[in-house]
Design a protein around this ligand. Structure first.
Ligand SMILES: Cc1cc2nc3c(=O)[nH]c(=O)nc-3n(C[C@H](O)[C@H](O)[C@H](O)COP(=O)(O)O)c2cc1C
Length: 199
């Protein structure tokens, strides 16, 4: 589930929230899964991966990850990302273009404190995306870290939130006979400009 805090009252946000409620009512599984694509500059490749969107605070969309992972260095080099949502339960795709940056340390700390110690032990014990010899080693690193966890364990510097703020939305809603509705909102000079696109 996504937590909405002080949600922006701009049109694309109202649209998103209302579609989110509709998808939830229709039993959408994995409703918080979003695909984030970033640019790997040294390799001149675009890379996509799913993450779980945890919050939308006003106009800031927040997920959590490892700050030493491949995605982290890609965001550092190139702060523009493409984000995708598809909710099959209501046959709706949402495309976004956004700028990404690290969430405030205070917000990340607060989120970290509210998670289970198992989740935090995994976040601490894993050098995300680095090769490892076996799954047993992953399990051992996790179990060893879990034993050291206390209520005082703080968030490590290498793990925290990423916030992105979209400047472009396209809501695509599938209809019969491919008469699909495509509704775009683009931020131009601080205004959201709306247009419809042909299917
Ligand atoms: C549904 C789903 C949700 C995921 N959520 C997260 C997440 O919130 N944070 C994260 O770091 N990885 C998440 N992952 C794993 C990422 O897709 C990815 O494997 C990992 O972050 C490493 O990506 P990177 O090598 O591009 O940095 C998720 C995977 C799936 C399938």
């Amino acid at each position: 589930m996504i937590k909405f805090l002080n949600l922006s009252t701009e049109k694309p946000y109202i649209n998103f929230y209302s579609l989110y409620q509709e998808a939830k009512q229709n039993g959408q599984k994995g409703i918080e899964a979003i695909s984030v694509s970033s640019y790997n500059q040294p390799k001149e490749e675009v890379e996509a991966r799913y993450v779980n969107l945890k919050y939308i605070v006003n106009d800031e969309w927040i997920f959590f990850s490892n700050y030493l992972s491949p995605k982290a260095s890609q965001f550092e080099f190139h702060d523009q990302v493409s984000v995708l949502v598809y909710w099959a339960s209501i046959n709706t795709q949402i495309r976004m273009k956004a700028r990404i940056f690290k969430t405030s340390p205070e917000f990340s700390d607060k989120h970290f404190i509210g998670r289970t110690k198992e989740k935090n032990a995994l976040a601490i014990s894993s050098s995300q995306s680095k090769p490892i010899n076996s799954l047993n080693e992953v399990k051992k690193n996790f179990q060893d870290t879990l034993k050291t966890m206390t209520p005082e364990t703080v968030r490590p510097d290498f793990w925290g939130g990423y916030s992105f703020i979209p400047y472009y939305f396209e809501f695509w809603q599938g209809h019969e006979n491919r008469l699909n509705k495509r509704h775009v909102f683009e931020q131009i000079d601080n205004e959201w400009v709306e247009r419809l696109l042909q299917p």
